[in-house]
Design a protein. Structure first.
Length: 218
């Protein structure tokens, strides 16, 4: 009986070692929480720039038409949207790197290794392609497609990257894609869907991941 127990423990240890070598497991749920809060802050600034409220009662949900006509804060909508996007992305990435580094250090894992490089490459390709497409659409004035397409390409990146990290990431990716597809057919709700996808879903995902994988280890 004792030998059987030891063999099972050895098998479990070997499995954990193989999993760490092929998948990046130091992704922190707090990174998701932080990204969601950054997205909500960005949405707040966008709504203020457009001088409208989410799901405004009465009238059309024409955030993209308002964007084209807007000229507040000393710049046109293209400049404002690009600056906001870079600020949100930069802040979210900085927080994500910090929380992930902290989790990796606490567990004694390396943050930069073969598994993290595979994860970044899986994310990089769809995110880069989507970013270039969205930038081109923004410059040509197709504002109504921006929010849905950012959700779709981000979701594709998560599904692609989920093979190299926690599989729960795949569920988040599928939900992001579904929100983006809804936004393609209902572009007037694009900004609301973007806020739900990048803001609320990230916060819920981050909280669940923290309670599931990190709280029990703390």
């Amino acid at each position: 009986m004792e030998n059987t127990k030891q063999q099972l423990e050895h098998l479990a240890a070997m499995r954990a070692m193989m999993e760490r070598s092929t998948r990046f497991l130091s992704l922190s749920g707090l990174s998701g929480l932080w990204a969601g809060l950054c997205a909500l802050a960005g949405a707040f600034f966008i709504y203020n720039y457009l001088e409208m409220r989410p799901f405004a009662v009465g009238g059309k949900f024409d955030y993209y038409e308002r964007a084209i006509r807007a000229g507040r804060w000393g710049g046109d909508y293209v400049s404002v949207f690009i600056v906001l996007a870079l600020a949100i992305l930069g802040t979210a990435l900085a927080g994500g790197i910090f929380f992930t580094w902290r989790k990796a250090r606490r567990k004694g894992h390396k943050m930069w290794d073969a598994s993290s490089r595979r994860l970044l490459w899986a994310l990089f390709v769809p995110l880069t392609a989507g970013g270039i497409i969205c930038l081109g659409l923004l410059l040509r004035g197709y504002v109504s497609l921006l929010a849905p397409l950012t959700l779709i390409f981000y979701g594709i990146a998560l599904v692609s990257g989920s093979k190299h990290t926690l599989r729960d990431v795949e569920t988040l990716g599928i939900l992001e894609i579904l929100l983006g597809l809804i936004g393609i057919f209902y572009p007037g709700y694009g900004l609301e869907l973007w806020t739900i996808g990048f803001g609320i879903l990230h916060i819920v995902y981050g909280a669940v991941m923290y309670l599931k994988y990190e709280k029990v280890e703390a």
